[in-house]
Ligand binder design. Structure first.
Ligand code: ADP
Ligand code: MG
Length: 236
């Protein structure tokens, strides 16, 4: 399966050395998966899932009790990714549209350009800077990027709309589901269905049969559409 244009754009800008990329578009196409795995060489990427409750402590770290009344500073995912930056550390900021308040200000500091970004460890007083290969990929399921604070958006000169599932995500489905899954992700044949549903259906139908699995996963009406699409596919 040929990777679509959006996926090619993504691998090309990463290969060209761009270190701040925003991925947006409908859920379930593989944005987070790609952000976590694509071209990271500094060990596993650090992931931050933004919610309204996300705090600065969850981004840069917090004091933790270590017994005998002693406390140590435990560095958070953003600082860990900075420290891995020399060898390609990556921070993935997932669902970035949900970040607000203090967390948002901290995210601004953590995604700043390498020349100006600095953070001081409150325990050791050490100044930490992001390593030269440090990269940030942000994801959002929003279509409308104006909902993302402009100061944050400004740090991400390239935003790629992921409008189709990653080819390897589709090929990990059973053969007969691949074309319908791709078409449905493109909004053709049947209404848009996220990859996660196709995976669930694929697994479930092995034990409870396609009819019931379709009904449970896709609902009554859409389940029927899916079964019809599969029947047509098997005739072809
Ligand atoms: N390249 C891939 N290979 C295999 N599975 C994938 C791939 N990309 C995504 N998936 C799977 O597809 C589902 C949706 O991916 P995810 O990255 O969470 O989508 P999004 O972030 O766009 O909502 C997940 O279950 C994920 O594990
Ligand atoms: Mg995601």
């Amino acid at each position: 399966m040929e990777p679509g244009k959006c996926w090619k754009d993504l691998s090309d800008v990463i290969a060209a050395g761009l270190k701040r990329i925003l991925l947006y578009g409908p859920p379930g196409t593989g944005k987070t998966y790609a952000a976590l795995r694509l071209a990271t060489s500094g060990g596993p990427a650090e992931r931050l899932v933004c919610t309204e409750d996300l705090t600065t402590a969850e981004i840069t770290g917090s004091w933790m009790p270590v017994g005998n009344g002693r406390w140590e500073w435990r560095e958070g995912p953003a600082i860990r990714a900075w420290r891995q930056g020399g060898v390609g550390g990556r921070l993935v900021v997932d669902e970035v549209d949900r970040a607000s308040g203090d967390a948002l200000s901290t995210l601004l500091a953590m995604t700043d350009s390498p020349e100006s970004a600095r953070w001081r460890n409150p325990e050791t007083g050490e100044w930490v800077k992001p390593g030269s290969e440090f990269s940030v990929l942000m994801t959002t399921n929003l279509e409308d990027l104006t909902a993302i604070p402009s100061a944050l958006l400004d740090r991400f000169p390239v935003a790629i709309r992921i409008d189709q599932p990653h080819p390897s995500a589709v090929t990990s489905l059973s053969d007969d589901l691949q074309t319908p899954a791709l078409n449905s992700a493109l909004g053709e044949d049947v209404r848009r269905i996220s990859l996660r549903r196709w995976y669930a259906f694929d697994g479930l139908r092995r034990s409870i049969g396609a009819e019931r699995a379709a009904q449970l996963v896709f609902g009554e009406a859409q389940g029927q559409d899916v079964l019809d699409a599969l029947r047509v596919g098997s005739l072809r």
